[in-house]
Design a protein around this ligand. Structure first.
Ligand SMILES: C[S@@+](CC[C@H](N)C(=O)[O-])C[C@H]1O[C@@H](n2cnc3c(N)ncnc32)[C@H](O)[C@@H]1O
Length: 412
């Protein structure tokens, strides 16, 4: 690999670093930062007997994998089908034989691409795709995507392991910079060209990373279910001893927005409208049409209102705040949804079940939204005991933004 190319890849690696795609066995693709994973590990390590753990907001299935490593069974629920697919891939058990076949298959994919023996798939219908990838990188990705489909059966573990490797590669070769909450793009005309052989090396390296992680997976790991945590009974009849989760925050972060490159490449999304519909279904989503729907949104009437929430809503909606009405609807809907979730929870809990919700507070127009206290107050209303909000860490330079572990016990 020549020096300029090495520098280019290093630069890209730095861009993607913040996106947390590359650390440890949880790092295939991750939505939460490393400290969150450590906290989940620590909470699970405290369980002194085999437990049935629920994560109602599965994301990339961190809780399921941690639980399995510690000999517990976990059921996780996720509303985004791509994350269910990823969670299943991440938590499945892979035999040595499967991993060996996947290594060979990966070499086959690279060979086909290098020798240009494969008809590339058409680029996915991502809006402004040229901002994401320069033409050569895009062409390379289209060829790898086609080669994976050509040499693997779509239902095989090889197929899913190589697609996870492909997901990591497509971000590694992109111009996306994930340094802030709002992602940006680097100007690719400034970056040196990467030879095909080096792009193949990036894919090979990512496949090695994924296969090493997969080889570590414990045996029985539980289930990742496609469902809505406002109605967990629709997808599981199990009764849980622990709930350990990082729910969506009330901070307008859109998981669909973050995940859309993978979702388009893997066929989970085919247009922006579907992306907006999915974000509207998700708690806290505001991407695309979800934002315009918020303007018209009216509560279904099943609201939990206490003075903390009411004061925040009134403050946010003040007419001098340009988008105050929409944002106040956003916050009201977020808490309506979380209230529905908390209300549905007790039916799935064993006596003395313990909850851990790792959640941050937020600010809108300088008004602090004490999310953790509103959760605590909801849990109290529902009859939970031993409710505590323990600060876990400061979120960034804004000193008032803090993450909490909101804990409670179901009396049963
Ligand atoms: C903060 S992330 C979870 C991160 C996770 N701990 C991880 O390790 O990746 C919250 C997740 O909740 C999901 N979600 C949002 N609304 C949901 C709902 N109603 N039911 C189930 N999952 C939902 C989002 O798609 C997102 O993946």
């Amino acid at each position: 690999m020549n020096a300029a190319v090495g520098h280019n890849l290093q630069q890209r690696a730095e861009y993607t670093h913040k996106h947390n795609l590359r650390t440890g066995r949880h790092g295939w693709l991750r939505l939460t930062p490393a400290y969150s994973v450590k906290l989940v590990e620590a909470l699970i390590a405290q369980c002194d007997r085999p437990m049935l753990v629920l994560d109602p907001f599965s994301g990339t299935a961190t809780t399921a994998l941690c639980a399995a490593y510690h000999g517990h069974k976990a059921v996780t629920i996720e509303i985004n089908p791509f994350l269910v697919w990823l969670g299943e891939a991440k938590t499945a058990h892979y035999s040595e034989a499967t991993l060996a076949v996947t290594r060979d298959t990966c070499a086959g994919v690279i060979d086909l691409v290098k020798r240009k023996r494969i008809e590339p798939v058409p680029p996915p219908p991502i809006h402004n795709i040229e901002r994401w990838w320069a033409p050569r990188e895009l062409g390379f990705l289209c060829a790898v995507r086609a080669a994976i489909d050509a040499v693997t059966d779509k239902t095989s573990p090889q197929h899913r392991l190589l697609l996870v490797s492909f997901c990591r590669t497509l971000i590694a070769l992109s111009n996306a910079a994930f340094d802030h909450q709002s992602m940006s793009f680097k100007d690719n005309s400034q970056l040196p060209l990467i030879p095909d052989a080096d792009m193949c090396a990036v894919f090979a390296k990512n496949a090695q990373f994924v296969l090493n992680g997969a080889g570590d997976n414990p045996g029985a790991t539980g289930e990742v279910l496609l469902g809505d945590s406002r109605n967990p009974a629709a997808v599981t009849e199990a009764i849980f001893d622990r709930v350990i989760t990082s729910p969506p925050y009330a901070n307008r972060m859109s998981y669909i927005r973050e995940l859309r490159p993978y979702m388009y490449w893997l066929g989970f999304l085919i247009n922006g409208r579907d992306a907006g519909e999915l974000d509207w279904l998700a708690i806290g989503g505001t991407w695309g049409l979800a934002t315009s729907r918020l303007i018209e949104w009216k509560s279904s009437g099943n609201s939990y209102l206490n003075h903390l929430l009411q004061n925040s809503l009134n403050g946010i909606a003040r007419h001098e705040n340009k988008s105050g009405r929409i944002l106040s609807n956003y916050v009201a809907k977020y808490f309506d949804d979380m209230w529905a979730h908390f209300q549905a929870l007790p039916r799935r809990l064993a006596p003395k079940a313990e909850l851990h919700y790792i959640v941050g507070n937020s600010t809108f127009y300088g008004i602090l939204l004490p999310v953790e206290q509103i959760y605590a107050s909801m849990l109290q209303r529902l009859g939970f005991e031993n409710i505590q909000c323990s600060p876990v860490r400061k979120r960034n330079s804004k000193k008032e933004l803090i993450e909490f572990d909101v804990t409670a016990r179901w009396p049963g």
